[in-house]
Design a protein around this ligand. Structure first.
Ligand code: GAF
Length: 353
């Protein structure tokens, strides 16, 4: 039998830039999807979270619009690409919260893919695994995501943040300071990526690039947007500024300048909220409180529209800040949020047990 530990991720800066082939800075986190599995003729998977079994044969893979689509999608994409695989039986569990903006879907996809890669000796290199999982999500599940989540889940490195150019896929690991703690805060508002708001933004980004005759957002300046309709100007203007901030954030972190790094995160949040319109009252509340209480920086993480936010805080203040925000959040929204103190961790791993 094999055990797969597949992490979630938080993106520290570089939000909604990946589908415009810009820059991102995520890290894999120490909250995991855990899969225990072995080879089998058919596919039979039990989810401890959903408390149900799904079963199908390899020739009967059809979308069913439930959690197992992420499993089906991986079998579908491997067969589409001609990889010789059989089935599996397995149990899914772990402590990564589902549907809260920490990439539980990419984490699940890569848990299954990493198992199949090992058990059926496919020898897929890590980048190929990330690209296949993204393809499964785009073409089978139907979510038009970029490469951010799958890349982070595969390429995470303990103690490091990843700087990634989503165009060339070149990346650099940058040390995350030991005296800084990342605090992830789930607002309790579920978020559906398949919802139209995400797709709309992606369409606007692609249409803008087409109108400008450019391939990536890295080649665009704000002044190039002048002649475009105002919504395009506003949305793409955000992407151009965010790319610039990621480069500045990379330089700051290389120099161990966590103050500047944090400020860039917070500026990113308010640009996401005001100009990209993907924040929510709950996310804004968290960011405001975190900064008031002494965080270096805070922002929504992932797509937004609810989901989770992340703050980076001095380690010795982390618990106090987390507990105080929770109290104030409950008082304000009459709704209990969830928080996690997370650390940058390694990407998906498989071992025999
Ligand atoms: C989601 C998507 F899956 C990513 O590809 C990325 O676009 C992110 O939203 C926003 O930065 O997590």
């Amino acid at each position: 039998m094999y055990r797969v530990d597949s992490p979630g991720r938080v993106n520290l800066i570089g939000e909604h830039t990946d589908y415009a082939l810009g820059y991102v800075m995520p890290m894999a986190i120490d909250l995991y999807t855990v899969l225990h599995a072995q080879k089998n003729e058919r596919v039979r998977v039990y989810s401890q979270i959903f408390r149900e079994v799904k079963e199908f044969g390899l020739d009967e893979i059809r979308k069913a619009s439930d959690w197992a689509d992420y499993v089906r999608g991986i079998f579908w994409v491997l067969r589409e690409n001609g990889h010789p695989i059989g089935g599996m039986k397995g149990i899914l569990g772990g402590d990564l919260p589902i549907g809260s903006g920490l990439s539980s879907s990419a984490s699940l996809e890569l848990a299954v893919l990493a198992f199949l890669n090992e058990a059926y000796e496919l020898n897929l290199p890590p980048i190929e695994m990330a690209l296949l999982a993204q393809k499964a999500e785009n073409e089978f599940v139907g979510v038009p995501c970029g490469i951010l989540d799958q890349f982070a889940v595969v390429h995470g490195k303990e103690g490091h943040v990843i700087f990634l150019d989503t165009d060339t896929l070149e990346h650099e690991y940058i040390r995350f300071p030991k005296d800084v703690q990342a605090l992830v805060f789930y607002t309790g508002v579920k978020r559906e990526l398949a919802g139209s708001a995400y797709g709309e933004r992606r369409n606007v980004a692609e249409e803008t690039l087409r109108l400008l005759g450019r391939r990536t957002s890295k080649e665009v300046e704000e002044s190039d947007l002048r002649s475009l309709p105002s919504l395009y100007r506003r949305f793409f203007g955000y992407i151009v500024r965010e790319n610039r901030r990621v480069l500045e954030a990379r330089d700051a972190l290389r120099n161990g300048d966590i103050g500047t790094f944090g400020e860039l995160m917070t500026v990113s949040h308010w640009d996401l909220a005001r100009n990209y319109e993907v924040s929510s009252e709950e996310l804004d509340f968290f960011v405001r409180k975190a900064i008031e209480l002494g965080a270096y920086g805070a922002k929504l993480t992932g797509a937004g529209f609810g989901g989770s936010a992340v703050a980076i805080v001095p380690r010795d203040l982390a618990l106090d800040i987390a507990m105080r925000i929770t109290d104030e959040y409950i008082r304000h929204f009459n709704w209990e949020p969830d928080y996690h103190l997370v650390s940058p961790s390694d990407g998906v791993s498989v071992r025999r047990v």
